[in-house]
Write a protein that binds this ligand. Structure first.
Ligand SMILES: NC(=O)c1ccc[n+]([C@@H]2O[C@H](COP(=O)([O-])OP(=O)(O)OC[C@H]3O[C@@H](n4cnc5c(N)ncnc54)[C@H](O)[C@@H]3O)[C@@H](O)[C@H]2O)c1
Ligand SMILES: [Zn+2]
Length: 404
């Protein structure tokens, strides 16, 4: 332990000297520069081993002609961060995580004029990033025959390099030329932190609309009231759909589903067997089954159950399995074929969905949906290990790092 402390001390000294000389040697900013107060070093939460972040200090990098330096205000903790924290499935350690981040432009290169939607960018603007594929806003992750996540990078899931400021769990991040970046100055901090998970649901609803079954006056079931199902409800409500039944096993989450726009709910734990559960859902729609259902749990049993909530000729959007959660049993005759169910899968989002999401967040606030309450816990950067543990304990909904 003493050795580690000594090494850390030496590293600190080296860093301090490096940052001094880097700053002294750095040329005057080629483009705009923020008035004075950019420190010489930045702090980045690095996942250095399983279940352990170290907040590390690095010299502030030079900002190239196409780059943007952002002072980070906050970043949501995602299920993907939790997977990395626990198991490092992508083999990225050491890595600067955090992709649901937002902050303020403090310096930008002379070539930076507009964001990925064509909106002007200037010092002081609040921004978010999306996936780093440059030219085609319609690239999504679901069309594996076209281009998919394999062709895209995401800040917060990049391998470490000599710049180090690659994730949003930090106090500064360097957005490099060519990245997708959006000016979201007209959204408040919590809305900006919620953009990425909301984009998942904007995409799912777009996929659902492609069936032609989801309509203004549809009866809709949303199964699973974690952040994903809850945001789904808020989007449907914001679109004007007001006959939404939420299904979950936790009354606290179900009550919140009502605040976010569900007209009623069913706690699946109150009903024994799928027939009783299906009847309970139909009772909430005055004896009808749903026209459309969104499957927002990672539970195979949840997938098996959902068909029983949908009417003949109805539609289903399955979005609950971001990762492989195992096989589910269905009866092809009763569940799909004889009912003529139209099913779509939905995975992540496109750049266009991102832009739609900004409008959704504004509209949701306008009609009084308490979107901010999705963020149940906030932590400063130094307490990132606690933040990830709270995420894994599943005691809250959305956990966020909010910088001081
Ligand atoms: N499609 C995508 O791009 C995408 C993106 C992110 C997350 N996801 C997936 O969405 C799912 C939900 O994410 P989350 O963050 O809301 O998770 P979560 O674990 O917080 O929420 C899941 C909810 O489902 C409920 N549930 C479990 N089994 C159920 C059942 N049989 N019937 C009804 N309710 C049941 C739980 O009580 C819980 O409230 C995850 O499995 C994740 O993999 C998909
Ligand atoms: Zn995420």
């Amino acid at each position: 332990m003493a050795d580690t402390a000594q090494i850390e001390e030496i590293v600190k000294q080296v860093l301090a000297s490096m940052s001094g000389s880097t700053a002294a040697a750095a040329p005057a900013a080629s483009g705009s520069a923020a008035g004075g107060s950019i420190p010489k070093t930045a702090h980045v939460a690095m996942l250095t081993s399983l279940e352990h972040f170290d907040v590390k200090e690095f010299p502030m990098p030079e900002v190239g002609d196409d780059d943007i330096l952002v002072k980070v205000e906050g970043c949501g903790v995602c299920g993907t961060d939790a997977h990395e924290f626990k198991r490092d499935p992508f083999g990225l350690i050491p890595v600067a995580l955090g992709h649901e981040g937002t902050g303020e432009i403090v310096k930008m290169g002379k070539n930076v004029k507009k964001d990925s939607a064509g909106k002007e960018l200037k010092l002081g603007d609040k921004v978010v990033t999306c996936m780093i594929f440059k030219d085609n806003p319609d690239i999504t992750m679901y069309d594996l025959n076209k281009q998919n996540v394999g062709g895209a990078d995401v800040y917060g899931l990049l391998p470490d390099d000599d710049i180090h400021l690659n994730g949003w769990f930090s106090d500064y991040i360097l957005i490099r030329g060519g990245s997708t970046v959006f000016n979201v100055s007209d959204l408040d901090l919590y809305s900006r932190v919620l953009i990425e998970p909301c984009a998942v649901l904007v995409h799912a609803v777009e996929r659902a609309k492609s069936t032609g079954i989801l309509r203004f006056n549809s009866r809709v079931v949303v199964q699973g009231c974690g952040p994903i199902g809850l945001i789904c409800i808020a989007i449907l409500r914001t679109m004007g759909i007001n006959n939404i039944v939420a299904v979950d096993g936790e009354n606290k989450r179900l009550e919140f589903a009502k605040e976010l726009g569900a007209s009623d709910y069913v706690n699946f734990k109150d009903h024994k067997g799928i027939e009783a559960l299906s009847a309970a859902v139909a009772e909430k729609f005055e004896g009808h089954l749903a026209d459309f259902a969104f499957q927002c749990t990672g539970s195979p049993a949840g997938h098996s159950n959902i068909y029983k909530f949908i009417r003949n000729g109805g539609g289903l959007c399955e979005l609950g399995f971001f990762i492989n959660g195992g096989d589910a049993t269905i009866n092809p005759h009763f569940d799909i074929c004889s009912k003529e169910i139209t099913t779509v899968g939905s995975w992540v989002y496109t750049l266009r969905d991102y832009a739609t999401t900004f409008d959704f967040l504004k509209s949701a606030k306008k009609i009084g949906l308490p979107i901010d309450k999705l963020i149940t816990h906030t932590y400063p950067l130094e307490e990132i290990n606690e933040a990830l543990k709270t995420n894994l304990a599943m005691t809250g909904l959305k956990i966020a790092i909010i910088n001081k």
